[in-house]
Design a protein around this ligand. Structure first.
Ligand code: ACM
Length: 563
């Protein structure tokens, strides 16, 4: 048998959840007023009175609204560091303001929140820098770090406090999950819009919480990528790794080598038309990701996984002959020509242009499955390429095969092995980690979101086995690899490879419900880790996905509410 399930022992949770009791007044039906047989003037007056009455009513009890308890503060994914429930819930009404610090960054978070709340509540929710009460977003010094926040909710309002705008943004995601799922809809929904009373204090376990999207095997448009970014933001993921080149397609315009995109990007798995991002389109993805506090990590996979480049430029091949474009799903058959000088001109140009487009810290150079490159050539290639990344101001990330060469100082290695990966390979990664190479953990039999859930999953691959939701969640990044110190782990990333995926619904069906689990592994303290309580929180997300139109797999391991 390929694997066994390991269960993480339950440790004491820092979360203290107390039951929330509803403190709003019970609802009472209202008789509709019919402007029947009235003069126009009386009708106008009646309408005015009705508007006034409705306004007054929304400030107090809300007739015609369903009875609804506030969502408990500890139902959020990722689980917060600490929760103290209690006190009166805050109720968002037509009179609620969103109060922000008077800075562009805080205003931007406020506007983002307003854009979520306005369509479904139907309230104006104006942004203001004055007054009191309502929803407040404020920056202040405190124990929040770069991404942490504190959320205080009570009768008068909800205040989110953070040291940085990213913390406010993550706090807004918490607030969003504390409101009924209907808040995600784009048309006016009945309230009440209650936020349970109490305090959440929260900050991430890991600085790197990533998701990778393979736009090479199948191309995904800017709009599709933005949709995925919005889904990642809901779970506080802060890195979008874009796999921009592979055997089947080159997806980013490079001015100095234009055929990479125009020819190398002209197809995809199965032979569809493919596509590529112009520089402006890529900039738009970067801008949109930044507006959701995600950093884009571009990957140009080298020296293998390069058929699209080799097909575009004959001179990059050792024999000077361009291979045909490739639309299959094999791996390991292509390699840049390590002994040709032009290869390094190519690499320099590509890295320079991609680095110039990318404000983020990282540039991923792939390095996986270079089965057509000898180990000596591989090491020689990486020795030349890593300094190029540094010269253009970026930090190298490579798949963990880089640890078999000479990782540059400060380089990160992304581990994608399995339980069954050889001890020698794990030891090689651990040695590099002890020597200072920090790790991003993406174990394929845990968080490769393209792995089938079961043998009956229609989409996805199964080379790393079947990965059901519990297996995907139930591991501890801090103690996952033997002999790797916890401090060597920079974070967790959930890759989504797209050999079999070509629509947003495909992506979502594979990502949901596993992606929130990967996000929780990256964010939440180990002490909160517990499958039995997690699966209940996960189930409670389903109405939110329904409201957002997110497709997902209804795993029998999760106690979903009735559909
Ligand atoms: C990989 O899955 N080849 C990184």
């Amino acid at each position: 048998m390929r694997r066994h399930h390991s269960t993480t022992p339950r440790t004491t949770r820092t979360i203290r959840a107390t039951r929330i009791t509803r403190t709003t007044r019970p609802t009472r039906p209202i008789r509709p007023i019919r402007p029947f047989r009235l003069s126009r003037l009386t009708r106008a007056l009646g309408a005015l009175l009705l508007v006034a009455a409705t306004g007054a009513l929304t400030m107090g009890a809300a007739p015609a609204e369903p009875r609804r308890a506030a969502i408990p503060l500890d139902q959020v994914i990722p689980a917060p560091v600490s929760v103290e429930s209690g006190g009166t819930p805050y109720r968002i009404t037509s009179g609620t303001h969103i109060r922000v610090d008077d800075t562009p960054e805080v205003r931007q978070v406020g506007t983002y929140l307003a854009e979520i709340l306005r369509p479904s509540t139907g309230y104006r929710l104006p942004l203001t820098t004055q007054g009191d009460g309502g929803i407040r977003l404020r920056l202040a010094k405190g124990p929040y770090g770069a991404e942490g926040y504190r959320l205080d909710s009570g009768a008068k309002g909800v205040t989110i406090t953070a040291q940085e705008p990213a913390g406010l943004f993550h706090g807004v995601q918490t607030l969003r999950q504390l409101l009924p799922a209907a808040v995600e809809k784009k048309s006016v929904q009945p309230g009440p819009w209650l936020v349970a009373g109490g305090t959440i204090q929260d900050r991430p376990r890991y600085a790197y919480r990533g998701a990778m999207l393979d736009v090479a095997r199948h191309f995904f448009t800017v709009e599709q990528v933005k949709r995925y970014i919005d889904q990642l933001a809901l779970y506080k993921i802060n890195k979008l790794h874009l796999h921009l080149s592979d055997d089947q397609g080159w997806r980013i315009a490079i001015d100095s080598w234009p055929r990479l995109a125009t020819y190398g990007g002209s197809t995809q798995v199965g032979g569809g038309p493919g596509g590529y991002y112009t520089k402006d389109e890529y900039r738009e993805i970067v801008r949109y990701a930044a507006s959701r506090h995600l950093e884009v990590v571009p990957e140009i996979d080298m020296p293998g996984h390069t058929n699209a480049a080799l097909a575009s430029y004959a001179e990059l091949n050792c024999d000077g002959v361009a291979p045909p474009l490739y639309t299959g799903t094999k791996v390991g058959f292509s390699s840049l020509c390590v002994n040709k000088e032009i290869t390094y001109d190519f690499v320099d140009d590509v890295i320079r242009e991609v680095a110039a487009l990318t404000p983020g810290r990282y540039l991923h150079i792939g390095g996986d499955e270079a089965h057509s490159t000898s180990p000596e050539d591989y090491a020689a290639f990486m020795d030349r390429v890593q300094p190029v990344v540094a010269r253009y101001g970026k930090t190298v990330i490579g798949w963990h095969q880089l640890t078999g060469a000479n990782p540059a100082k400060g380089a990160l290695a992304q581990y994608w092995g399995l339980d069954s990966t050889s001890e020698a390979e794990k030891a090689q990664v651990a040695r590099a980690a002890r020597n200072g190479t920090r790790l991003i953990l993406s174990p394929a039999d845990r968080v490769y979101l393209d792995m089938k859930y079961t043998k009956d999953t229609p989409l996805g691959l199964a080379w790393a086995g079947h990965v059901e939701v519990q297996r995907s969640y139930d591991w501890n990044p801090g103690s996952y690899l033997p002999d790797v110190p916890e401090s060597a782990v920079l974070g967790v990333e959930a890759p989504l490879w797209t050999e079999t995926l070509s629509t947003s619904a495909h992506l979502e069906t594979m990502a949901f419900p596993r992606l929130p689990g990967a996000a929780e592994l990256g964010w939440s303290p180990a002490a909160t880790h517990d499958w039995d309580t997690y699966k209940v929180r996960l189930a409670a997300q389903a109405p939110r996905w329904d409201a957002l139109g997110i497709a997902y797999y209804r795993s029998p391991q999760v106690p979903w509410p009735a559909a």
